[in-house]
Design a protein around this ligand. Structure first.
Ligand SMILES: Cc1cc2nc3c(=O)[nH]c(=O)nc-3n(C[C@H](O)[C@H](O)[C@H](O)COP(=O)(O)OP(=O)(O)OC[C@H]3O[C@@H](n4cnc5c(N)ncnc54)[C@H](O)[C@@H]3O)c2cc1C
Length: 257
């Protein structure tokens, strides 16, 4: 791991810590699991994230992005390079009150986002009990809920689009996509088309069975999001913010848990 550590130290501006103290600190999340990471990186910039993922790819090391580490099922710890987004990548970049959209870095804490949108009479609907610590990146990873998600929707309902980096280095902007646009991208040559095509194939192969056999619970994470995926590729509905002044808005009537 020394080679990876030294590559990271020369290639990224953020902090790199492969010491036993840091590795012990990041070995647990809010679950019962304990997995000692290979090392810890605190990226300062998006370029740091790109570079750290590239270095891990070159050295055959797994990656684990992390926010506040409040996950309850071990999602926040692994034998991997932990990238803690909460230290430096924690800014609300912009708020557009008319469109009810904010652009944020992945490590922004939910309460900081709430403070930024409150002057506009807005709140971010999903609010886990950990709202003073949890990050938007972690909320998206977990499809977080919280008491107000019952009326405002879960995190997946209120994400407009994402700047995504895959482990193999593909960077792409993703969001709700109309079925015909999804088909167009699926026919593209290259990695992006390949990802879209294989997602659609997986969905076609398994969605009916998931739909038939998975219990009707509104909070879905990971593979059980296929139903949402198959809906989202055929829907142009937009992500919504919950506006406390707009109680007639359909998002307050949505039955979620
Ligand atoms: C006491 C307690 C109460 C809780 N109450 C609730 C609740 O009411 N509702 C609820 O939904 N949850 C709840 N949780 C679970 C958890 O707090 C939330 O899901 C929270 O939103 C997770 O945010 P985090 O920043 O801690 O994420 P983390 O635990 O750091 O990460 C969560 C997942 O997202 C991934 N991830 C993080 N950042 C990124 C990124 N930038 N890019 C890609 N992937 C990323 C991680 O790898 C991990 O898989 C609770 C947990 C505790 C301990």
């Amino acid at each position: 791991m020394r080679a990876l550590e030294s590559a990271l130290r020369t290639r990224i501006a953020g902090e790199v810590d492969f010491g036993t103290g840091a590795r012990a600190l990041y070995a647990t999340d809010a679950s019962n699991y304990r997995q000692v990471p290979v090392g810890v990186v605190l990226p300062r910039t998006t370029e740091d994230v790109l570079e750290a993922v590239r270095a891990c790819r070159e050295h055959g090391v797994a990656i684990l992005p992390r926010g506040a580490g409040t996950s309850l099922a071990g999602q926040g710890c692994n034998v991997a390079l932990v990238m803690d987004m909460s230290r430096h990548l924690r800014n609300v970049l912009s708020v557009d009150p008319d469109r009810k959209i904010a652009r944020v870095q992945p490590g922004v804490v939910l309460d900081d986002l709430q403070r930024a949108v409150k002057p506009h009479g807005l709140i971010y609907g999903p609010d886990p009990a950990t709202h003073a610590w949890c990050t938007l990146g972690g909320m998206i990873g977990n499809n977080s809920c919280g008491v107000h998600s019952v009326v405002a929707g879960v995190t997946a309902d209120v994400v407009e689009d994402l700047d995504v980096l895959t482990a193999d280095g593909l960077r792409l902007r993703v969001g709700r996509t109309a079925a015909e646009d999804f088909d167009t991208v699926s026919r593209e040559p290259g990695r992006r088309g390949d990802v879209y095509r294989r997602l659609r194939e997986l969905s076609d192969r398994h969605a009916d069975e998931i739909r038939a056999r998975y219990p009707r619970i509104p909070r879905r994470v990971s593979v059980t999001s296929w139903m949402r995926f198959s809906r989202s590729t055929s829907s142009t509905s937009r992500a919504r913010w919950s506006d406390p002044k707009a109680r007639a808005s359909p998002c307050w009537k949505r039955p979620c848990g």
